[in-house]
Write a protein that binds this ligand. Structure first.
Ligand code: FES
Length: 401
C-alpha cells in the first residue's frame, strides 16, 4: 500500500507534531524536494545579523519616506503662485516631491521584501505531480501544517524589529496611496465668499456675481499664455479672456465664453500693457460651472425659435447663451450641429435643441440646458443681463427645477 492510499485517523493525526504533519503533507502531495538549503544553517551567524539589519534599513527607509509624503501632502504650500511671485519654487516642487517620496517609499519596501525572500527563505526546488478531485481531511490538515511550517522557516516570528518595520511600512505605504483620495472629498454645501467660481455651493457660478451688481462680459478664451520679456516669462499685458461684440460670431456658429468682470477687462480701448489680469481670468476659465455656449443662430432658424415661459427676453436677437454643463452628469456639451441646431454631449450622446430653449430631445439628460440672459451694452459688447435662473449642471437633492 502506497503512502497516499493510507487513511489516517484523527487520533493518528493529533499525535503527530507540526514537523511530521508538514513532511507527511509533502509526501502525500507527491512533492519531491529536489534541493533545499537553509540560508543560515549555523546559529548566531554574524552574516545573518548583517542581513537582518540591511533589510530593516530598507523598510525603515520606506516608513520615513511614507511619512515625508504625508507631511508634504498635508503641510507643503501648494497654492498656485504666479511667475516671479514669492514662494514660486516651493509651489513648483510640490508635485515632484509627492511623486518622489511615494515612489521611493514603495521602491524601498519592494527592495526590502525581495531581499528578505533572498536572504531568509530557504532555497528550495520542489517538484509536484498534479492530481484531480477534492481534498481529503488529511490534505487539509497537512496543508495547514505546511503553512505553519512556512511561517516557522521564514524566521519572521522571531525577528521582532523586522516584523514591526514590515508591518509599519505596509500600513504607511497604504496610507500614502490612500491619503490623496482625501482631497477629493468636499462638502458641496460649504459656502465661502462669492467669487469668480461661485461661493463653493453647487447652485452658484461666476455668473452669480451679476446678482451683486457686477458687470459681466461674455469673455472669449484666446488661449494666450505667458510670453518672454527680457529673458523671463511673464503674463503682464496678456489677456486670456477678451470681450466680444455680436459681429465677432458668424451666423450658425458657436463660441464658449466665460464670465469676465468689468474690473478685469484688459482689451480694446482700455488695454494697458502693464496690467496683469491673467491669473484672475484663468480662475474664471477654471470655474467648473462657468462655461457658456454662445450660439448665433442663422436668421431663418432664429425665426422658428421657441422661448421658454418666463425667459422670452433671455436671448439677444439671434444670439442664445446656454450653460455648457450637461444636465445629465456634467460633461461639457461642446458639439453644436448647425444643420439641425442640436447641441450634442459627447459623453452619453444627449442632444439638446438650441431652437427650443435647450430642451433635451435624445439621450439620458432629462432637463433643458439652463439659459443665461444676455444683452449688449452701450459700447456694443455682449454682457450677461443677469444670472441663471436655475442651478447649472446635473441633478442633486436640492434642485427643484
Ligand atoms: S453627461 Fe452629457 S449625456 Fe451624460
Amino acid at each position: 500500500m502506497s503512502k497516499e492510499q493510507k487513511k489516517y485517523t484523527t487520533q493518528e493525526l493529533n499525535s503527530m507534531s507540526n514537523e511530521e504533519l508538514a513532511r507527511l503533507g509533502t509526501e502525500l502531495d507527491e512533492v519531491t524536494v529536489a534541493y533545499r538549503k537553509e540560508r543560515f544553517p549555523i546559529a548566531n551567524d554574524p552574516a545573518e545579523k548583517r542581513a537582518e539589519r540591511a533589510i530593516t534599513i530598507w523598510f525603515v527607509l520606506g516608513i520615513v519616506l511614507a511619512l515625508a509624503f504625508m507631511a508634504i501632502y498635508l503641510f507643503w504650500p501648494w497654492h498656485y503662485k504666479d511667475l516671479g511671485s514669492e514662494g514660486l519654487w516651493q509651489y513648483t516642487l510640490y508635485t515632484p516631491l509627492l511623486g518622489i517620496t511615494m515612489g521611493l517609499s514603495i521602491m524601498s519596501m519592494g527592495v526590502g521584501a525581495v531581499q528578505y525572500v533572498k536572504k531568509f527563505i530557504p532555497e528550495e526546488i520542489s517538484v509536484q505531480r498534479r492530481h484531480d478531485g477534492p481534498s481529503e481531511e488529511v490534505d487539509r490538515r497537512t496543508l495547514v501544517a505546511l503553512l505553519n511550517d512556512s511561517w516557522e522557516t521564514s524566521t519572521l516570528g522571531r525577528r521582532k524589529v523586522l516584523k514591526g518595520a514590515m508591518a509599519g511600512g505596509a500600513v504607511l505605504a497604504g496610507l500614502a496611496v490612500m491619503a490623496p483620495l482625501g482631497g477629493m472629498i468636499k462638502n458641496p454645501w460649504k459656502k465661502g465668499p462669492l467669487g469668480i467660481q461661485g461661493d463653493g455651493t453647487l447652485w452658484t457660478s461666476g455668473w452669480t456675481l451679476s446678482n451683486e451688481g457686477v458687470k459681466l462680459y461674455l469673455g472669449r478664451d484666446t488661449g494666450a499664455i505667458a510670453e518672454e520679456h527680457h529673458g523671463h516669462y511673464s503674463t503682464q499685458g496678456i489677456s486670456r479672456l477678451v470681450r466680444m461684440r455680436p459681429e465677432d460670431l458668424s451666423a450658425g456658429s458657436m463660441e464658449t465664453v466665460f464670465p469676465l468682470p468689468a474690473e478685469y477687462v484688459n482689451d480694446g480701448e482700455s488695454y494697458d500693457p502693464n496690467r496683469d489680469v491673467y491669473e484672475m481670468q484663468m480662475h474664471s476659465v477654471h470655474g467648473p460651472r462657468n462655461p457658456v455656449m454662445l450660439i448665433r443662430l442663422r436668421t431663418e432658424d432664429a425665426l422658428k425659435a421657441v422661448q421658454r415661459e418666463g425667459q422670452e427676453d433671455f436671448h439677444y436677437g439671434d444670439y442664445y447663451a446656454y450653460s455648457k454643463i450637461c444636465t445629465h452628469i456634467g460633461c461639457p456639451t461642446s458639439l453644436y450641429e448647425q444643420q439641425t441646431n442640436r447641441i450634442l454631449c459627447p459623453c452619453h450622446q444627449s442632444q439638446f435643441n438650441a431652437l427650443h430653449y435647450g430642451k433635451p430631445v435624445f439621450g439620458p439628460a432629462a432637463r433643458a440646458l439652463p439659459q443665461l440672459p444676455i444683452t449688449v451694452d452701450d459700447e456694443g459688447y455682449l454682457v450677461a443681463a443677469g444670472n441663471f435662473v436655475e442651478p447649472v449642471g446635473p441633478a442633486f437633492w436640492e434642485r427643484r427645477s
